[in-house]
Write a protein that binds this ligand. Structure first.
Ligand SMILES: Cc1ncc(COP(=O)(O)O)c(C=O)c1O
Ligand SMILES: N[C@@H](CCOP(=O)(O)O)C(=O)O
Length: 466
């Protein structure tokens, strides 16, 4: 299994190289050269497997010879042993055709734990074998940061620096990051929004001397390993509802487009997915794209679902590459035009191909609150992101009324107590392992949106631990 860059200029390479590189040197994102597909019998054989075993089978189709036999399975078993439910990602029926796929039973209460609990272990394994050390830089709108820090804290062969937008995450999300005082962890609050943080991370990767000096790596979904580790829960839930004999649809609360792209990848492997519904918030660029081929970035606006407060969705580039017939030069030119003008010129045929599969709805804060309240009254506690997913599934369901809709329940309501209280009148309790979160000391520095300042902070952090 080799990987190519969406911008066509970086040399193809192995899973191990992609895991460590994060972003390609030509600025593109890595994708498998071809999609592995499963036979009917292979899908059938996965049904009913314990989640870690199923995950190891699916992820193992992407890892080539990076891990010796049995190593990936052992890592998956260890990674998911810390989840609080034996099902790991239980399906909860919401109504006749809708199911919540609960992805928030990991240590930091969001779907990010699925990939990051595994990536922490993959990094350790590969770096120990190579005798190398890396510096991870990541951007977060709230959940990636805490999951990455939890997965990477105190690991001997890496340092991690997470940029979050000052004042734009929920207090619980911020505290989950800033109260971790491990020597290899550093938190930086940036003046700006998530897009600012993500731009800074990409700028560090595109600064070749700095990238080489720091041996940079990524934990955001620009890193293909993140996407690979998010595919198995789509497979597990679809099989549980009758795939491969029956089609299913997914509704996915969407920001950086990584999670819904993992569903797209599962479909490319042959999983019968009829429809992918994008639940956005007031940051509606993806809904405008699906509705009217209008991919124009606007300033990021804060919302009740802060993790989705994103306008420039990194992983859209992966879909674009596929829609453009895997033409790296065309993808690079389109991304360049987007950066220069703020509007992405997607050819009409490519847009039409996207609309055959994707639906999208931008869910306002008012709709989010109403949906959380409606679900609460029916006995289901949803966080604001999950509510955006269920609301979008009601607004834009698949045509065939017999198709079950699986909504990705991406975070635990306790991460967003203010929004939950606004919707239901009650504040959710933090789980026992986080009960003293508000008493823990916070440590982070606030810096301006300035690449040189941030590179200096990353360098100082990494040097301290060398
Ligand atoms: C709780 C939650 N829901 C939804 C999303 C959006 O997911 P993605 O960025 O993969 O589109 C995020 C952020 O990634 C999140 O943290
Ligand atoms: N919503 C995310 C934003 C980053 O997304 P990623 O999947 O690319 O890491 C967050 O919570 O940080």
């Amino acid at each position: 299994m080799r990987y190519v860059s969406t911008r066509g200029e970086a040399a193809p390479r192995s899973f191990e190289a992609v895991l460590l590189a994060g972003l390609a040197e030509d600025g593109g994102l890595f994708l498998p050269e071809t999609w592995p597909t499963l036979t009917l019998a292979e899908w059938e054989a996965l049904r009913g497997l314990p989640y870690p075993d199923l995950a190891a089978d699916i992820i193992g189709r992407f890892t080539g010879d990076t891990f010796a036999p049995g190593v990936l399975l052992a890592m998956c078993r260890e990674a998911y042993a810390g989840f609080t439910t034996p099902a790991v990602c239980p399906l909860v029926q919401l109504d006749e055709r809708r199911f919540a796929l609960e992805l928030f039973h990991g240590p930091t209460l969001a779907f990010k734990d699925f990939a990051l609990q595994l990536l922490g272990r993959m990094f350790d394994h590969v770096l120990a074998r190579r005798g190398e050390r890396i510096t991870i830089v990541g951007a977060t709108s709230g959940d990636t940061g805490s999951a990455a820090i939890e997965a990477c804290r105190d690991r001997a062969q890496l340092d991690i620096v997470i940029l979050h937008p000052e004042g734009r995450t929920s207090p619980v999300q911020r505290r989950q990051m800033t109260t971790v005082h491990s020597p290899n962890v550093r938190n930086i609050a940036v003046h700006g929004d998530f897009d600012t943080c993500q731009d800074l991370v990409k700028a560090m990767f595109n600064d070749a001397p700095f990238r080489a000096e720091m041996n940079l790596s990524a934990v955001n979904s620009i890193n293909w390993a993140r996407i690979a580790a998010q595919i198995p829960y789509y497979v597990a839930s679809a099989l549980a509802l009758g795939a491969p004999q029956r089609e299913v649809a997914f509704s996915v609360p969407t920001g950086n487009f990584g999670n819904v792209f993992a569903a797209w990848a599962a479909r490319s492997m042959g999983l019968p997915i009829s429809t992918l519904i994008i639940g956005a918030n007031r940051n509606d660029i993806l809904a405008r794209f699906i509705g009217a081929n209008d991919m124009t970035a606007r300033p990021v606006a804060p919302s009740l679902s802060p993790s989705m407060d994103i306008q420039v969705s990194s992983n859209f580039e992966r879909l674009l590459f596929e829609l453009l017939g895997r033409d790296g030069a065309k993808t690079a030119a389109t991304m360049r035009a987007f950066r220069e003008t703020g509007a992405m010129p997607v050819p009409d045929a490519a847009w039409r191909a996207a609309t055959a599969l994707f639906r999208a709805h931008a869910v306002s804060d008012e709709e989010t609150v109403a949906e959380m309240r409606r679900l609460h009254d029916q006995g289901y506690a949803a966080d604001p992101h999950t509510a955006a997913g269920t609301a979008a599934s009601h607004h834009s369901p698949p045509d065939d009324a017999r198709t079950p809709i699986i909504v990705a329940a991406t975070a635990h309501p306790a991460k967003f107590p203010d929004a939950v209280e606004q919707a239901t009148g009650a504040r959710p309790a933090l789980p026992p392992h986080m009960a003293d979160l508000y008493e823990r000391e916070e440590r982070f520095t606030v810096v301006p949106n300035d690449l040189a300042t941030i590179e200096a902070a990353v360098r100082a952090h990494a040097r301290r631990n060398m």
